[in-house]
Design a protein around this ligand. Structure first.
Ligand SMILES: [Ca+2]
Length: 362
């Protein structure tokens, strides 16, 4: 063929066809890249609010075989993924709730004459339980360090002489169970179950004594150093509660799951974990057949995590498996809470899957 002659029509078609094939291939590659770069439906929304950590869920054994009787025996169960506050609810956060709702906590209300008919009106003035160290070298009566103090409430954690100045980031205390529940309803979230709480506290280390391993370390959490209840050396830097998040997070990015303040859970308290055995997201939601043998006839909720008052020589209940019982109507200077929420489905607002109730007034 003469190289100067016009290109044959057939050859033009072949070249055009090659161009079209090349363009189609480039278009297909571009589409594929766009598809790969698109987030999948499961990642379309953040699964948890920024203030919460995603707890991945899984199987684990709640409780402990070789610790305190109420933790035994361990039971296998399964937890679905959920969201949990990274920190305990702070005074500032609780103050925002009170300002928005006008809520009055249990400790700010007078005791009812029906419930306490033997008390004079003056003795039924609002108050709550406050820890006070016990000194001296003599024998110390059990629980003698707790005192009913009129005027103690969340704004005055140790009584009328105390306030929240400089304590906005410390965990709110002096909140009864119904106060924590009211806050949760206002926030459209919920208190965690005991099984959720313990799974989260373990931070992925399901067979360890502490949230970080098997060796006690007083610098990993706000607890009590020295012989409780008479001497606290505050080796960890804090005599009382610490601002939330002052100590290292656990494996799930949660702070203060060990020590600082105890935390309310939804479960009613019974010795052992029988009702939870082999369950999926189990919870003891009925007070029937529950109770605290040390205080017969009183249904109580489970609290978890221990507090700044827990010491190796006394309760050591700062382990994930440890638990305690608390009357729903009683706050104290070392009990607070944090909230849980379901993971968000695509398109939903993280942490807002519960129905928000109208603001409550105590
Ligand atoms: Ca401390």
């Amino acid at each position: 063929m003469n190289p100067l002659s016009p290109i044959e029509p057939l050859a033009v078609d072949r070249i055009g066809c090659r161009h079209r094939t090349l363009l189609f291939a480039l278009w297909a590659v571009a589409q594929l890249l766009l598809l790969l770069l698109q987030p999948g439906p499961a990642l379309a929304a953040e699964p948890c609010p920024a203030s919460m950590a995603l707890i991945p869920g899984g199987s684990y054994r709640i409780g402990a075989a070789a610790q305190l009787p109420e933790e035994q025996p361990g039971r296998n169960l399964r937890i679905s993924p959920f969201c949990l506050d990274r920190t305990e609810v702070s005074n500032d956060r609780f103050a925002a709730f009170v300002a928005a709702s006008g809520y009055i906590t249990v400790a700010e209300r007078p005791l009812s004459a029906e419930q306490f008919p033997a008390l004079e009106a003056s003795e039924r003035a609002p108050g709550s339980l406050v820890f006070q160290p016990v000194g001296g070298s003599g024998p110390i009566e059990e629980l003698s360090w707790w005192h009913w103090v009129q005027g103690a409430d969340w704004r005055h954690p140790e009584g009328p002489g105390s306030d929240l100045a400089g304590r906005g980031q410390q965990p709110v205390v002096q909140v009864a169970y119904e106060d924590a529940e009211a806050f949760a309803r206002w926030a459209g979230q919920a208190l965690p179950s005991e099984a959720q709480w313990e799974f989260a506290a373990r931070g992925g280390l399901n067979d360890r004594i502490f949230a970080w391993g098997n060796s006690w370390n007083p610098h990993r959490a706000n607890t009590w150093q020295g012989p409780f209840p008479s001497s606290n050396t505050a080796e960890d830097g804090y005599l009382g509660s610490a601002p939330v998040g002052s100590f290292p997070a656990n494996g799930y990015g949660l702070f203060d799951m060990t020590g600082n303040v105890w935390e309310w859970t939804q479960d009613w308290y019974a010795v052992g974990h029988g009702p939870l055995a082999d369950g999926d997201d189990p919870i003891v939601s009925s007070a029937a057949a529950t109770g605290d043998p040390r205080d017969p006839g009183v249904a109580k909720h489970v609290i978890k995590g221990g507090s700044f008052l827990c010491s190796p020589n006394y309760c050591s209940r700062y382990r994930p498996a440890a638990r305690e019982a608390q009357s729903p109507d009683t706050g104290s200077s070392h009990i607070g809470f944090r909230l849980a929420a379901p993971i968000a489905t695509p398109g939903a607002t993280p942490g807002a899957a519960f129905t928000t109730a109208p603001p409550l007034r105590g």
